[in-house]
Design a protein. Structure first.
Length: 302
């Protein structure tokens, strides 16, 4: 319990780096909530990293809240510094359930200018349609497609309800690291879905197979996985991943710290703000306001 207290801190927003994109309307909604409540309920989960100019903090969970605090003009933010390299902190990914018919040709056309090959087992994607030629059959099961995506034999794949399987693969002659091609391609495919207002529900990759079987949806979009090292390196060099690229599982994360927004926005130095934070945590402890729940927790509307 005391270790959790020691990992909570107020840090400068200038030293906090988001590693993936956000949805602007979600940022605006969260900013309204925080402004209305006058508190920052949950700390941002971060990894601490050495970089030029001192310690930097890479956001693992809470991208939208970070941007919301920036919208509200707060110079500082409440964070929880995770034991990033611990085996207990796990990095997974999000897949997506597409609730509308997937625009397969548009998704493939979106990456026509990338060193990407299209593998399709049912639909002939000829050069006259999307500017590329089908390179081989991709008659694989959903489980095989998943294995190939997570092993980076495929950049991403689409499992359609009618049985079709479409995969995108980085060509061997790409001339640059595969991860850079994969990130660009994923962003372009997501943009193509947005442009056509295709409804998507993101689901943890560990659960996406069962969700696809149980939930009404037209296709399962198997998205790539990244490593902890890749997240740090790309973020600190200013290269963002597309939205919902990572899913960090951090044990014993603190919730409902309820630190005042007025303190975060105040013209006080960081040592003073951190002393106020310690006073607040001590008050919570002394007044029996701290609870530990070992069982899974579901949070709605946070």
């Amino acid at each position: 319990m005391l270790e959790v207290f020691q990992r909570l801190a107020v840090v400068s927003l200038d030293d906090v780096y988001v590693h993936e994109g956000v949805v602007d309307r979600w940022v605006e909604r969260i900013a309204d909530f925080v402004q209305h409540d006058g508190i920052m309920k949950n700390p941002i989960i971060v990894a601490e990293a050495e970089a030029a100019g001192g310690h930097k903090y890479v956001v693992l969970d809470g991208m939208h809240r970070v941007q919301a605090l920036r919208v509200l003009g707060a110079p500082d933010i409440l964070v929880y510094v995770s034991p990033y390299w611990s085996e207990d902190v796990r990095l997974e990914s999000w897949d997506a359930l597409l609730l509308d018919a997937p625009p397969i040709e548009a998704m493939c056309a979106a990456v026509a200018d990338e060193p990407i090959e299209v593998l399709d087992d049912a639909v002939q994607l000829g050069a006259t349609k999307v500017g590329m030629t089908m390179v081989e059959a991709c008659s694989i099961t959903e489980a095989e497609a998943r294995t190939r995506v997570y092993g980076r034999e495929l950049a991403m794949a689409l499992v359609v309800r009618d049985g079709r399987r479409v995969g995108l693969r980085v060509r061997p002659d790409a001339g640059e690291p595969a991860i850079e091609v994969i990130v660009r391609a994923l962003r372009k495919v997501e943009d193509a879905l947005d442009a056509r207002s295709v409804r998507a529900v993101y689901t943890p990759s560990s659960r996406s197979r069962s969700d696809f079987a149980a939930q009404p949806s037209e296709a399962l979009f198997l998205r790539p996985r990244f490593s902890k090292q890749e997240v740090l390196e790309r973020t600190l060099s200013g290269r963002l991943f597309p939205r919902k690229s990572t899913r960090f599982l951090v044990p014993e994360r603190p919730l409902r710290v309820d630190f005042h927004l007025t303190v975060l926005k105040a013209a006080l130095d960081l040592p003073t703000k951190n002393q106020l934070l310690r006073d607040h945590l001590q008050w919570c402890w002394q007044n029996n306001m701290v609870r530990y729940y070992p069982e899974p927790v579901y949070v709605f509307g946070d």
